[in-house]
Write a protein that binds this ligand. Structure first.
Ligand code: PLP
Length: 396
């Protein structure tokens, strides 16, 4: 027996592989600092949990309308005003997480043979779903000299007659990069000039330390060619609830909903009411989380750059650092993969190799700092000791 060959096209996320290895070490009695998996450590805000439980008690345990409960679609549409996006409930389709919407977006927009501009480094699921839909990912580089902002000129050079979609992810996983207003305007101009769709993954849209929340969909002429992918996982620490959505031209909502019906039928009804409470209730937990993350970012960036051989751009959003460890690798003969593997095995610090995010991630690591300050300090001590043990000349 064998499975259909289309499954061979699917990639995966290295974060789950490393999490599994880390859990095995823990089961064997080792202490591990987890900086691998991208998930905030704050609990879901209590009023959100309460709304979910209340919905369950009120019997909201049946199928929901496939596109999402109207109150939630409405609240999502209104919430986008903070990014300058004008939308109504008709533009919104709710899914169990942002990831299913990414999957639906790829199936809905990509024809076999289409080229899709995909960030490198970038969230590995983009390449996977593009290939699954029959498309061809064409990597575009980020501008490391400008803290990994999109390199619009380099993107323009990769456009061909077959290019149909560009995937943006701002703030960006794994680098935390954002785009300046001129960058966004240039990206919008590029999309319009070549008649491209933009899949704009904004799951970290509210987690910004500098500048204001924005979206390419807010720029003139862009709402009709942009599909925003967003969700509740990161902003409201709701990773396990599974709640996300897409915001798209109203005509696309109906076929997208048909895709949802064929796939998941609908998103859990009580979860949608929890999401409604998250959007319409007090936002102080989000404000506190972002302020706390900023302090954690500063601690981690300072600590990493204090280690000889490591440099680290200061991320403007999301909760990841993407340090360049190229000089350490040169001195040790390690690759970023073997560095990450040895760091976990020898010092109990779980991080991801930059190559888990594409070839341009070589020489880098991704560290998620959405964890306790004390654990970040412990991780820094261990990374420093690990580097020192491998290259005494580089240790301070
Ligand atoms: N997009 C990016 C860039 C992510 O980093 C993630 C999760 O790590 C997702 C989408 C998926 O989020 P969700 O939990 O809403 O499916």
């Amino acid at each position: 027996m064998r499975s259909a060959s289309r499954l061979d096209e699917l990639g995966t996320e290295q974060a789950y592989v490393v999490l599994d290895a880390a859990r095995q070490l823990e089961a064997a009695g080792h202490q591990v600092v987890h900086l691998e998996i991208g998930e905030p450590d704050m609990p879901t805000p209590p009023h959100v949990v309460e709304a979910g439980v209340r919905a369950l008690r009120d019997g909201l345990t049946r199928y929901a309308v496939a596109a999402g409960v109207p109150e939630l679609r409405d609240a999502i549409a209104h919430s986008l005003a903070t990014r300058g996006v004008r939308a109504t409930a008709e533009n919104v389709v709710v899914t169990p997480g942002a990831k299913p919407m990414l999957f639906c977006a790829a199936l809905a927009l990509i024809e076999p043979g289409d080229e899709v501009l995909t960030p490198d480094p970038g969230f590995p699921i983009y390449e996977s779903v593009v290939r699954f839909a029959g498309g061809e990912p064409v990597y575009y580089p980020l501008d490391e000299g400008r803290d990994f902002a999109p390199h619009v000129q380099a993107m323009a050079e990769r456009v061909t007659a077959r290019t149909r979609v560009v995937i943006l992810n701002l703030p960006h996983n794994p680098t935390g990069a954002v785009a300046t207003a001129p960058d966004l305007a240039a990206l919008a101009e590029l999309a319009q000039r070549h008649d491209l769709w933009v899949i704009s993954d904004e799951v970290y849209g509210r987690i910004r330390y500098e500048g204001r929340c924005d979206s390419i969909a807010a720029l003139p002429g862009m709402a009709s060619r942009t599909l925003i992918v967003d969700g509740f996982s990161k902003t409201y620490s709701m990773t396990g609830w599974r709640l996300g959505y897409g915001v798209m031209p109203a005509w696309l909502s109906a076929p997208m909903t048909t895709l949802v019906i064929n796939n998941v039928s609908c998103t859990a009804t009580f979860v949608q009411y929890a999401g409604l409470a998250a959007l319409t209730g007090p936002q102080d937990a989000v404000v506190r989380m972002v302020a706390g993350l900023k302090a954690k970012r500063d601690l981690l960036v300072r600590g990493l750059t204090a280690i000889d051989g490591i440099s680290c751009a200061t991320p403007a959003g999301a909760f990841y650092c993407f340090p360049d460890i190229g000089r350490v690798l040169e001195q040790t003969g390690l690759t970023c993969d073997s560095f990450a593997e040895r760091l976990l095995a020898e010092r109990g610090v779980a991080v991801l190799a930059g190559t888990a995010f594409g070839p341009a991630g070589a020489g880098h690591l991704r560290l998620c700092y959405a964890t306790d300050l004390g654990l970040i300090e412990r991780a820094l001590e261990r990374i420093c000791a690990f580097v020192g043990s491998r290259v005494p000349a580089l240790a301070r």
